[in-house]
Each structure stands twice: as structure tokens, then as C-alpha cells.
Design a protein around this ligand. Structure first.
Ligand code: LMR
Length: 335
């Protein structure tokens, strides 16, 4: 009798394990707007793999690239409503959500290189900015790099006067709007998914992007010139729906946090290389002429654009801008 009940107990225990392991995985829908073959696209795939491995398939990340599910503005609304659980919008796209401070990252010439940038994204200033998302029902998990933006059009852009009257597509950031106006251009906010067609049909004359976005969206087919200006930075905040994340059991949130940390290292390792590869691919295509700026021309761009730092103090906060200068050691007077 004892033996029989023991056997039954083992069977029941085994059965319940099977039930646990056979339960449907928790799904994280991760929507983004760029191609899979970009720093963000590859890092999202890395997170998918690591999340499955570290949770032993109890969490399934479904990645939806290329605005397949949502365009720029819609994806933030979808996250807040819980229709998707994870996004990585560019830092230039948080203004419409009411967190305009991220636009500090758009200030022209505020970062000279990735090292300076990381002093902000990996330091206290970056963390304080992520904390601002919580009141919107969003948690910021990490910063992922893309890289420095280059300016493109159908004419060479070498001097500030070359921008006069050009219609240039921008992301939804007031800082970028001011930046384009500082050069005499007319900024036009547009979703990323619409840029190729707008360039092709002449709805806009040009745009700015890191090389990986430029190449994977085939913008080299519709832009005759590109200037290696690296005048500003484009990167991402990886964000989740807070209620979803807080509702996860600890034994899932911990491995997911580990997966995110490793994906972040990976994202930031590959970003520069991906952009360099894309630059070479554009060069090899022979479709877009690559322009480089002389020291003098670059200085003229800086002088025209840097006034945006002061213009935007009221919007972003003088203190925040100063804390970025402090972290990077930038002296705007010396620009
Ligand atoms: C853009 O809209 O140009 C970028 O934010 C796209 C992206 O996500 O890199």
C-alpha cells in the first residue's frame, strides 16, 4: 500500500513538472522600425536568443522589424496599451510622449565619439533620464547605440549655405527641427518607414541618418550625395511596458535582465562596425557620392548648429545640458 501511494506521489509530482514545462511560454512582442541587418535589428535578435536560453524557453521573444507592426508614433502607444511589450525607439522620439529631455542626445556636436557618449548613457545622467519614463507606465532597461549621423541630399552639402531651402526629413524632435533651421533648411517630421518613398518622389530633398539605416533602407538609390559630417548621434532606449515587467516572476525577470545586459554589450560592440560596413557598401554601390568636409567646412557647420544648444535650454533643461557637458568634458565655447 505504502509502495503504491509512493508511486502515485511520484507520478503526480512528475506530471505536475510536465505541466509546468509544457505551459505556453510568456510572449514578449518586440517591435522596431529598422531592418534586421542593423545594430538594433541584430541586438534584438540576440536578445531573443538569450532570453530563450536563459529562461529555458519559458519566455519567447517575437521580434517584428521594419515597422511591420507599428510605425514610429504608433509603437509607443501600442507599448503603453500593452499590445506590444518591448521597443527600442530612437532617443529622438520621446518628445511626443512628454519626455522631451531625451532630445538632449540630438544636440548637434554634443558628442565627439562613442566614448564620450557612454559617459552619459552608462552613467548617472543616463539612468536619471530612463527613470523619467516610469510616470508614463514605461521602464527603460538599457541604451543601445547606433551611431553618428551623416547628412544626405541630391546635391553636395559642404557649406551651411548649401542647405538653404532644402526640405529635410527629421525624426520627431524639436532639437532636430532647430538644427535643420540653423542651417537654413526646412525640417519635415516623418515616420522612418516613409522616408525612402519621400526621397524617391521628392517630397523631401534629403535627410540625416547613421550609415546602417541609410544603406539598409536603400537610401543610396535615391540620394546622390552624402556628407560624412557625424554632426549628431542616433541611439536607442530599450523600453518595456512597466506593468508587464513588474508582473513577471523573479525567476523570469532575472534571466531576462541578464539577457538584456549581454545584448546591450553586443549592441554597443557591433554598432561602429555595422556603420563602417554600410559606408563601404554605399561606396561600392557607386550610386551616392561620398563627401568629406575640410576642417574649415566642419567648423562652419559647428558654428551654425551649435547655437541650438542654447536655444533648446528651455525645452530640455539647462541643468541637464550642463551635466552632459560635465560628463563628457565638452566646452561649448570652444566649439
Ligand atoms: C529614424 O527614424 O530615422 C530612426 O530613428 C530609425 C531607427 O530606429 O534607427
Amino acid at each position: 500500500m505504502k509502495l503504491l501511494s509512493g508511486l502515485m506521489a511520484i507520478t503526480l509530482w512528475f506530471g505536475s513538472c510536465v505541466t509546468v514545462w509544457a505551459a505556453d511560454p510568456i510572449v514578449i512582442k518586440f517591435s522596431h522600425v529598422v531592418a534586421t541587418d542593423t545594430p538594433k535589428g541584430k541586438a534584438a535578435e540576440k536578445f531573443r536568443e538569450l532570453a530563450a536560453r536563459y529562461t529555458q524557453d519559458r519566455v519567447k521573444v517575437e521580434v517584428y522589424p521594419n515597422s511591420q507592426l507599428y510605425k514610429d508614433k504608433e509603437e509607443l502607444e501600442a507599448l503603453q496599451m500593452g499590445a506590444v511589450q518591448m521597443l527600442a525607439p530612437s532617443l529622438a522620439k520621446f518628445g511626443p510622449l512628454g519626455v522631451k529631455e531625451f532630445e538632449a542626445f540630438d544636440l548637434p556636436f554634443i558628442f565627439d565619439n562613442y566614448e564620450d557618449l557612454h559617459k552619459v548613457t552608462q552613467g548617472t545622467v543616463g539612468q536619471k533620464l530612463l527613470n523619467k519614463l516610469e510616470s508614463k507606465g514605461i521602464l527603460g532597461l538599457a541604451y543601445w547605440d547606433n551611431g553618428f549621423k551623416q547628412m544626405s541630399a541630391n546635391k553636395p552639402l559642404l557649406q551651411p549655405q548649401d542647405f538653404q531651402g532644402l526640405k529635410l526629413r527629421i525624426q520627431s524632435s524639436k532639437v532636430l527641427e532647430a538644427q535643420m533651421r540653423s542651417m537654413g533648411a526646412v525640417p519635415q517630421v516623418m515616420s522612418f518607414s516613409e522616408v525612402y518613398q519621400a526621397l524617391q518622389t521628392g517630397v523631401v530633398d534629403g535627410t540625416e541618418n547613421p550609415m546602417s539605416n541609410f544603406y539598409t533602407q536603400k537610401m543610396h538609390e535615391v540620394q546622390k550625395h552624402l556628407t560624412l559630417s557625424s554632426h549628431g548621434y542616433l541611439g536607442y532606449a530599450v523600453i518595456v511596458n512597466k506593468a508587464f515587467w513588474d508582473g513577471l516572476a523573479d525567476d523570469l525577470r532575472q534571466p531576462l535582465t541578464k539577457a538584456m545586459q549581454e545584448s546591450t554589450l553586443y549592441a554597443n560592440q557591433i554598432a561602429l562596425e555595422e556603420n563602417e560596413k554600410s559606408l563601404e557598401a554605399v561606396r561600392a554601390s557607386g550610386k551616392t557620392e561620398i563627401q568629406t568636409l575640410t576642417a574649415e567646412q566642419r567648423l562652419a557647420w559647428k558654428r551654425a548648429m551649435v547655437k541650438v544648444h542654447q536655444q533648446m535650454e528651455d525645452r530640455i533643461g539647462k541643468e541637464l545640458i550642463q551635466s552632459i557637458y560635465q560628463a563628457t568634458g565638452l566646452d561649448p565655447a570652444k566649439l
